[in-house]
Design a protein around this ligand. Structure first.
Ligand code: NAD
Length: 452
């Protein structure tokens, strides 16, 4: 087992203590995972609400896969605090899983990394060696740019009492196939010996491949391009979903035909891309490319396509309602699903929000039903619908999130309550022939309007 400079190995047997700073979608399952691997864990979040929920055994995040895995407070090795300064000196390895959002002008917001770093580097125990690993998604260069100056500022010496590394998180909330225990990890570190030690450390968490990939910037760039690639692939099908119906061709028919070729990768068009990663991370790469003076035209264009999908869909559905004779000024739309992806109660960057805002801006009333979302999470102006008996007088239903519960609603019962029975499948997951046979007028993203 590789050891660090002052002899701690990164193993639970050696008594290595692991701190996790930021107990959200990423940090919480990571903390639970290392605890389950018998490490002494200090989970830390600046939000008292998060710590209090965990102390009461409640899950503070919307990934319900975690509900039954949270250790009861008081379990040996499961420690919680909202003070970074308190836990930092107690830990041998500190993993930082704080948010990396974008500002209102679409620039990287590194304030959480700086804040967490400042508190950690100022309070670690100089008499021992601490390894601090950033897991948040960033552009290549952030870990060294933001944290290295702190090493000097707080009188620490890299390789002696501190080392820094980067290990991006790749798991997929709500996806039982790709949990923190089932994703491969890559580690970048300025110190090869520590990087290799961290490989052994992360092998306690995941069953999959763990690799030291050299420079921190390699691991940082690997993570960000994974999400850039997804954004570009999705943007392509979203653009096709706008072009092909204008030629009276259904994008899904084309994708099915193209997918018979061995090297065609199929993606599904939709009302937009959401969550904390795909609509955010490309802006990190765009910024870094600008910093080094190289244009990122393709990445920028893909972002623009995906970002405009909610307003594109709002335009399409509005025309459909006006063409069906829905009286302007009285139109009512019901959104089925609000969270950004199926089976997760996470509304961050959901395309439902700009879709609803655009419709409301056209004087259309918008209701929303999502069994994974607390009604208090809806923005002002959106009417929460708790059950379908309340969903009366709507002119259109838009399937926004492919939650199983949304697909399996009582479509016949809802049809009876509609003023105008129009359904728009914003995820291409509904059986539109069955719905049509019930009496629904059916439309879908990427499908010609006369495909009814
Ligand atoms: N959510 C995902 O699916 C996912 C997947 C892979 C990577 N990531 C990346 O992981 C990082 C974390 O994402 P998340 O979804 O877990 O975020 P999150 O918002 O769910 O959780 C972050 C937590 O950090 C806490 N926090 C913020 N600043 C802090 C500080 N200075 N000290 C202590 N706690 C602090 C917040 O209170 C919050 O509870 C981001 O960079 C994200 O891009 C997310």
């Amino acid at each position: 087992m590789p050891t660090n400079k002052i002899g701690h190995s990164f193993s639970p047997d050696s008594g290595a203590v692991v701190g996790i700073v930021g107990l959200g979608y990423v940090g919480l399952p990571t903390a639970i995972g290392f605890h389950a691997s018998e490490f002494e864990v200090w989970g830390c979040d600046k939000s008292l609400k998060v710590i209090d929920a965990l102390k009461s055994g409640l899950n503070p995040v919307g990934d319900h896969e975690l509900d039954s895995t949270i250790p009861p407070y008081g379990t040996a090795g499961w420690n919680l605090s909202n003070s970074v300064e308190k836990i930092a000196p107690l830990c041998d390895v500190i993993l930082v899983t704080v948010p990396t959002p974008i500002t209102s002008d679409l620039k990287p917001d590194l304030s959480h990394i700086l804040d967490a770093g400042d508190k950690i580097f100022s309070s670690i125990d100089k008499a021992k060696h601490t390894t601090i690993v950033l897991e948040s998604t960033v552009y290549p260069g952030v870990t060294n740019q933001v944290w290295r100056p702190l090493i000097q500022r707080y009188g620490l010496e890299e390789g002696v009492n501190v080392d820094i590394a980067y290990c991006p998180e790749r798991f997929n909330p709500g996806d039982t196939e790709h949990t923190v225990r089932k994703v491969a990890r890559v580690i970048g570190c300025n110190n090869k010996e520590i990087g290799e030690g961290l490989v052994e450390f992360y092998k306690n968490l995941t069953e999959e491949d763990v690799r030291f990939v050299g420079k921190i910037e390699v691991a940082e760039a690997a993570k960000v391009i994974e999400n850039v690639q997804r954004d570009i692939n999705i943007a392509l099908v979203n653009e096709l979903a706008r072009i092909l119906p204008a030629m009276d061709v259904d994008v899904e028919d084309v994708l099915s035909a193209a997918a018979t070729k061995w090297n065609f990768h199929r993606y599904t068009p939709g009302v937009g891309v959401g969550g904390h990663c795909i609509p955010v991370d490309p802006y990190y790469m765009i910024q870094r490319a600008a910093d080094v003076g190289v244009p990122a035209g393709l990445i920028t264009a893909a972002r623009a396509v995906n970002r405009s999908m909610p307003s594109h869909v709002a335009g399409v559905v509005t025309d459909l309602m006006w063409n069906a004779g829905v009286p302007a000024g009285e139109a009512k739309v019901l959104l089925l699903g609000w969270s950004y992806k199926a089976e997760v109660g996470d509304p961050r960057e959901t395309p439902a929000e700009p879709l609803a805002a655009t419709l409301i801006g056209k004087n259309i009333s918008v209701g929303a039903w999502d069994p994974h979302i607390d009604s208090a999470m809806y923005p002002e102006g959106v009417i929460p619908v708790d059950d379908f008996s309340e969903a009366a007088g709507y002119d259109m239903v838009i399937l926004v999130t492919a939650h199983k519960a949304c697909l399996e609603i009582d479509w016949m019962g809802l049809l009876d309550n509609m003023r105008t029975p129009i359904v728009y499948d914003g995820r291409r997951v509904l059986d539109l022939e069955v719905l049509q046979s019930m009496g629904w007028k059916t439309y879908a993203v990427g499908r010609p309007a006369n495909g009814n």
